[in-house]
Design a binder for this molecule. Structure first.
Ligand code: PLP
Length: 368
């Protein structure tokens, strides 16, 4: 029987069993609307309160700074569109489209948006921000890149931003649950996260908003989320997200150590092939972005699929786009390698055997 190997965890990760178990009662027996005044609603209201506290503890926030959303895209849209009131934004060329297209929408309504260039390793240098910042209201730089895994120097970027009186938002969708994230030591004003990237359910996430930060409500309606994000809460999703995040944080260092080991194993097993590894030394555990000389990333993806192996050519949201991704272009991967780019993203469930099978499959495909 053909083995199935899932190695696209940066696109989405499998729901953890404990998150599923924690979610079920809120979909069935305890289905009450948490906003109702009767006693049947009390358990749901308490579950949301507890989930908010668990999530806050995982990122060093206080519970009243956590606002539940429908995921990373919504959190990014909210942070950018709700805070850039004076319409001057700095972001980077390698952000996710949730940020890039939110900035594009702001630009269409008159905002001035600057895009910082990354280094060849995908790093946004603090000096680059320092040179470009003036009369800026918002800086939005991701914590870790979804295609190449590079982790940004957020503390330094944040300090520069604050010295110029601007707000700092970070898209931490790929980082939360995978590397330690502490909002206070990072110094950020807003931080986006999404549950399905850390083994929680799809369609739920949160935006951290530092206490005292002025941000317009995402949308208007009822008084949920302190009147900033109206709508009946996704109780099961919120509980599942908190359960998954706590679980991932508890096993984070063990998982990261194992995944960094697997990366080395994979690269060692690819010796003899002509490829470049993209992304810097400081990168997310298990995210391996490779560009093979003279190859087609899309063809590799489909041939891997025939072997039962799921990988990606770039970000999941880009899967219909066969062009070289904006990230690969921005970091300047040489043209003869750029078309042959793939992303392998390993997760907590992957094994050493998976990694060896992935390497063998790549060698077979690329030597034909
Ligand atoms: N930001 C980054 C860095 C991502 O990788 C993704 C998803 O791929 C998103 C935002 C969007 O998150 P969601 O799928 O929860 O809307």
């Amino acid at each position: 029987m053909k083995r199935f190997i899932y190695a696209d965890n940066a696109a989405t990760a499998k729901l953890s069993s404990s998150a599923l178990d924690a979610m079920l009662p809120w979909l069935q027996s305890d289905f009450a609307n948490p906003s109702q005044p009767y006693s049947f609603s009390r358990a749901a209201k308490t579950a949301i309160k507890e989930a908010r506290q668990i999530i806050a503890d995982c990122i060093g926030a206080s519970s009243d700074e956590i606002f539940f959303t429908s995921g990373g895209t919504e959190s990014d849209n909210w942070a950018i569109k709700g805070s850039a009131i004076s319409h001057t934004i700095i972001t980077s060329e390698i952000e996710h489209h949730a940020v890039l297209n939110s900035c594009k929408a702001m630009a269409a309504s008159g905002a001035d948006v600057k895009y910082l260039k990354p280094t060849r390793d995908g790093v946004i240098l603090p000096d680059n921000l320092e040179k470009n910042i003036s009369d800026t209201s918002l800086v939005s730089i991701m914590l870790a890149n979804n295609e190449i895994g590079t982790i940004q120097p957020i503390c330094e970027l944040c300090e520069i931003t604050h010295a110029h009186g601007a707000l700092f938002h970070t898209d931490a969708v790929q980082a939360v649950g995978h590397i330690p994230v502490d909002v206070k030591s990072l110094g950020v004003d807003m931080l986006s996260a999404s549950a399905h990237k850390f083994n929680g359910p799809k369609g739920v996430g949160f935006l951290y908003i530092k206490s005292g930060t002025s941000l317009l409500p995402f949308h208007d309606g009822g008084s949920q989320e302190s009147g900033k994000r109206a709508g009946t809460e996704n109780v099961a999703g919120i509980v599942g997200m908190a359960t998954a995040l706590k679980e991932n944080c508890e096993r984070m260092s063990e998982t990261a150590k194992r995944l960094y080991g697997y990366e080395k194993l994979l690269i060692d097993n690819l010796s003899g092939l002509d490829f470049i590894r993209n992304g810097g030394e400081n990168h997310l555990p298990g995210v391996i972005n490779l560009s093979f000389k003279g190859a087609s990333g899309e063809a590799i993806l489909h041939r891997m699929d025939l072997k039962g192996i799921c990988i990606s050519t770039g970000s999941a949201c880009d899967s219909v786009n066969t062009q070289v991704s904006h990230v690969i272009r921005a970091i300047g991967v040489p043209v003869e390698y750029a078309q042959g780019t793939i992303r392998i993203s390993l997760g907590a469930d992957n094994t050493e055997e998976d990694v060896v099978a992935i390497a063998n499959a790549l060698k077979q495909i690329l030597s034909n």
